[in-house]
Design a protein around this ligand. Sequence first.
Ligand code: ARG
Length: 457
Amino acid sequence: MKLWTGRFHKELSKTTNDFNSSISFDSRMFKEDIMGSIAHATMLGECGIIDKDQASIICQGLEQIEKDIENGDLVIDMDAEDIHTFIEGELTKRLGDAGKRLHTARSRNDQVALDVKLYLRNQINELIALVKGLLEVICNKAETNANVIMPGYTHLQRAQPITFGHHVLAYGEMLLRDLSRLQDCQRRMNTNPLGSGALACTTYPIDRTITTKLLGFDGMTNNSLDGVSDRDYCIELASVLSIIMVHLSRFSEEIIMWCSWEFKFVELDDAFSTGSSIMPQKKNPDIAELVRGKSGRVFGDLTTLLTVMKGIALAYNKDMQEDKEAIFDAVDTVKMCLTAFTPMLDTMKLIPENMRKAAAGGFINATDCADYLVKKGLPFRDAYKATGELVALCIDKGLTLETLPMAEYKAVCDVFDDGVYDAISLDRCAMERKAYGGPAPENVAAQVNRIKEIIKD
Ligand code: ARG
């Protein structure tokens, strides 16, 4: 059934119908559409715009349609123009005149803006739960590995020793910000566009505060043109989701490296890895690679939304129908990635010996050697230069700072004594980095508690 009969003399061509239709991707909003229509009909009844009895017949009819779709008694017609058309058509089929009154003082333009907001508002709750789930696993990993020493890198060169707890909590901080961005975005989108009509509200005596309250909004949109043509909430959510994917992708990249024989810092559980069809020795980190790869999809969705919106004159234009596939794909992809990534991380086993071995090479304690001289009274720049000479000497002789004899130390700078060997020991270098935000195990424990406090409900 078409909503816009009357003006037209011919049937829509099949190709136009297929091209125009959005039901293949907006049918997922059937519950939100029904919820919005129930609120609208209730308001129409309360304001005396339609009969109260008619309003309640409409509401019951809509509830029945929802049940019938859910239990499979009513199959959504994929030839319909969109989910809004389908449900209104079905209601009219069932109720006759009462069904035809539902769309009084409403347009599909405010209806679709409403449905998408209701849908995304719910999806954000699911996303928040998934991000919290990952944060919990990160906290547990940090807690049990607060003492595991590994190399910290800059430029992917071994730089200074850190703890695994500290490393993994860096991702905890990123995800905490993501969490607050999701909450922020949800709060900002929680305004009711219903009542904006097609673009200019309506002359009917509607009361928008009724639907606002019934649908759990914090307030209503203040300008009808903006109410129907704003898609900032899709763009904002897609940006938040893109940032989440940046974080998951960086984490994935590290896990992929750690799994390689060149690092072998970790071993993924068999249940979360895959093999090769030809090379029997292979165990591949496919989940992490897919998460890294899927980040591109989500950035693409954000670009789609920005591009669709940038040239649209006020108010609604059909271009805006393109918002749904992009934002739904971004939401689905991030949910899927979090669902796969979290148990993979949870079951990932560390190989602390290899992490320690890597930290013990590469002059990772050179800064601490320089700091030792500073504590003895040398200016940092002089200490830095002397240590640089020592490192060059070690490389020359095939030694490390730990194995270089005291005579060689003294030849470079006579301030050195045997105390240096303790000062540059790996454990001290990592465990003594106690300044707030640093890798010392007590800091890791405190940060874990802080995060757990934030995510507990
Ligand atoms: N399916 C459409 C969409 O998703 C509904 C709005 C149609 N409005 C219109 N004026 N043609 O955007």
